[in-house]
Design a protein around this ligand. Structure first.
Ligand SMILES: Cc1cc2nc3c(=O)[nH]c(=O)nc-3n(C[C@H](O)[C@H](O)[C@H](O)COP(=O)(O)OP(=O)(O)OC[C@H]3O[C@@H](n4cnc5c(N)ncnc54)[C@H](O)[C@@H]3O)c2cc1C
Length: 293
């Protein structure tokens, strides 16, 4: 199928883009990578009358380490995050997450901002940014606001964005020494969306006690979820096999899957959350101790 007729705009600044969004209201949609929006339009699940292409706005595609944080422009492609040395060296979890998103075509076009704005519970970025306790910057016609990713992801395909707002930046703290992260994704075949996936970011002290833990879940709830019970099992405790088993079981409790005719029952997804949480925590610990990436 081909999309319904629409009017196309290519603003050159964020100000111009937000003015257009304000003028057209819910009739307008931002086009970033187009990887999700174009299929939606072709299948006519959605038919926005106005398309605001943000690809010609300079300064929305960047990766910058500054003031203890990694700041990422919303228009940064998955592929850029996968291969960036800054990302690999500073926040490896992001690089690993990018590497398992879709296929090379999806990674070359799709953007981190588009993915988070789309708020697909099967999207991989939400879980990784949750694990890293990331914050998002949102620009409206008049006001700029910043919020935790947990508040940004509201529900299935629903973010906290208002119709006249643009997500401009994703910011995560650069983890301190003795930190490690891992993204463990179960997929039916290479390039598929997750059946279940777990993002883990940990810091441990020299005695092996976990001093901070972030765990995000993919494809096991109405949105990407924080596995808060699992985080609480880890923080303040030595990372013994028993603690790891308890944390993995808690992650499965934190999951809220519904049966998925393509990718498995709710029970299966819960069990896979447990298994992948355990593996993710183990891999994150190994990396925190200087193990192989
Ligand atoms: C075959 C296939 C496989 C895929 N596999 C995976 C996968 O394994 N894991 C995964 O996570 N994703 C996967 N995706 C989705 C992919 O990651 C998309 O790139 C992403 O969901 C959307 O990013 P985009 O830049 O293309 O956004 P677009 O398609 O351009 O936009 C998506 C939505 O977000 C809005 N939007 C975009 N940017 C902004 C912004 N800056 N501010 C406000 N609103 C904005 C748009 O208006 C639209 O509603 C897959 C997609 C396809 C087609």
């Amino acid at each position: 199928m081909i999309p319904r007729k629409f009017e196309y705009f290519a603003p050159r600044s964020i100000k111009e883009a937000t003015s257009l969004l304000k003028k057209f209201g819910p009739d307008a949609k931002i086009l970033a990578g187009g990887v999700s929006l174009i299929p939606v339009m072709k299948l006519r699940f959605g038919s926005p009358a106005k398309i605001i292409d943000i690809n010609r706005i300079p300064g929305l595609e960047y990766i910058r380490a500054s003031g203890g944080r990694l700041n990422i422009g919303a228009l940064t492609r998955h592929a850029e995050l996968e291969r960036s040395k800054t990302v690999k060296d500073r926040v490896f979890l992001l690089s690993e997450t990018a590497s398992v998103i879709g296929d090379p075509q999806v990674r070359n076009m799709g953007t981190i901002g588009g993915s988070l704005s789309h708020s697909d519970p099967s999207g991989d970025w939400g879980a990784a940014i949750i694990a890293l306790r990331g914050e998002l910057t949102i620009q409206g016609p008049r006001k700029r606001r910043r919020m935790k990713v947990d508040d940004f992801l509201v529900d299935t395909f629903t973010s906290a964005l208002q119709p006249d707002e643009i997500l401009t930046e994703i910011s995560v703290p650069i983890p301190p020494a003795r930190s490690g992260g891992a993204y463990m994704k179960l997929e039916r075949n290479l390039g598929d969306f997750a059946t279940a996936a777990v993002a883990v970011q940990l810091t441990i002290d020299p005695k092996g006690v976990c001093t901070s833990a972030g765990i995000g879940l993919t494809a096991v709830g109405p949105k990407n979820l924080r596995a808060e019970k699992a985080e609480n099992v880890l923080v303040g405790h030595p990372l013994t096999p028993k603690t790891l088993e308890e944390a993995a079981a808690a992650a499965a409790e934190d999951a809220q899957p519904i049966p998925d005719p393509l990718r498995g029952s709710a029970e299966y997804k819960k069990e896979m959350t447990r298994v992948y949480a355990r593996r993710g925590i183990e891999r994150a610990i190994s990396r925190a101790k200087g193990g192989k990436k």
